[in-house]
Design a binder for this molecule. Structure first.
Ligand code: AMP
Ligand code: MG
Length: 317
């Protein structure tokens, strides 16, 4: 066999392809694929972008025409819903139960009260915390319908972004010739592939985006999500407060300023990072330790940092 034909038999070298977009679900989108074929990477990119548009039209809490918003408007009746919306609604309700109500899609209904009510009106907030402590919908997957059980304002945002990230990553990985995938939407990250990647976690106390990261972790087929009130929030009594609300006290979560979670999938990481922004660190570590493959890094207002063993085992340094 000549040297030339040997070279032809050698598989082409795999390359890394990276794509970046702004204004995706209110944040940025980063895609990284490893493939030995440029056409496979391009096909993964275009499939991801069109699936993203389709899922946003189902789950967006901002577009008045999304399926979620139209479903919310049909109060009281069991309404036909897509498989995707049914799945996300079910997952949110499961996390509400599993977190003892720290995760609650109706937590947003407290925001309008907090904006309007000053701190003397604790009884109004307490009444609302009791009202939101119940299931907000019933899903019948078999019949393909979902029914609202309350009329409170709700948001699926605490889980939906991570759920979308998982779907996009699996779709890209299914493209023939793509061997490694990383999808990152505003810090909600999913990796798929056999070779680990190292990702950085931004320091919530750092003034600039390019400051030293608070941690670097190794992910292999796993997800990472970070929640915190440090860059999104609202004004209450002239103070800027977190957009994450503790459904149990009715107050903005202010003990933990940033919660990062590693989990086998990004929907779980997303739901838990919001939850751990609400819970006390000891409660969060107990819940994280009870779920296989869940690591957490929690930063409190006073600078105290807490991690569990699963997080430490993935630390890159
Ligand atoms: P994330 O960025 O994933 O932490 O999601 C935060 C969003 O979830 C907020 O902007 C609210 O829409 C909603 N939210 C706030 N507090 C809670 C909570 N305790 N449980 C579930 N969703 C919440
Ligand atoms: Mg979340």
């Amino acid at each position: 066999m000549s040297l030339l034909s040997l070279a032809r038999l050698r598989p082409p070298r795999a390359k890394r392809y990276a794509f970046h977009y702004e204004h995706v679900l209110g944040t940025s989108l980063e895609l990284q694929f490893v493939s030995s074929r440029a056409d496979a990477a391009a096909s993964a990119e275009s499939r991801v972008l069109s699936e993203l548009d389709r899922l946003a039209e189902i789950l967006s809490g901002y577009s008045a025409t999304s399926e979620l918003m139209r479903w919310q408007a049909a109060r009281g009746e069991a309404t036909r819903v897509s498989r995707e919306l049914a799945e996300v609604l079910e997952a949110c309700e499961q996390w509400r139960v599993r977190t003892g109500g720290a995760f609650n899609p109706a937590a947003v209904s407290l925001v309008e009260l907090l904006r309007a009510v000053d701190s003397q009106h604790d009884d109004v907030l307490h009444a609302r915390t009791r009202e939101i402590d119940q299931p907000h919908w019933r899903v019948d997957r078999h019949a393909g319908v979902a029914q609202r059980l309350t009329t409170l304002a709700i948001s699926l945002d605490a889980l939906a972004k991570g759920w979308i990230v998982d779907r996009l990553a699996l779709l890209a990985r299914a493209v023939e010739g793509v061997t490694q995938v990383l999808v990152n939407i505003g810090g909600d990250i999913r990796h798929l592939g056999e070779r680990p990647v190292i990702v950085r976690v931004t320091d919530p106390r750092a003034p600039a985006d390019n400051a030293a990261p608070i941690a670097e972790v190794k992910l292999c087929g796993e997800a990472l999500a970070t929640s915190g009130g440090y860059h999104r929030g609202f004004l209450m009594d002239g103070r800027y407060v977190s957009h994450i609300i503790d459904p149990r006290s009715g107050r903005p979560a202010d003990g933990v300023i940033s919660a990062s979670v590693i989990a086998p999938d990004c929907a779980t990481a997303d739901a838990l990072s919001t939850t751990f922004s609400v819970m006390r660190p000891a409660e969060s570590v107990a819940l994280a330790d009870s779920i296989t493959g869940v690591g957490c890094l929690l930063v409190e207002r006073d600078g105290t940092i807490t991690t569990n063993a699963a997080w430490q085992s993935r630390a890159a340094h």
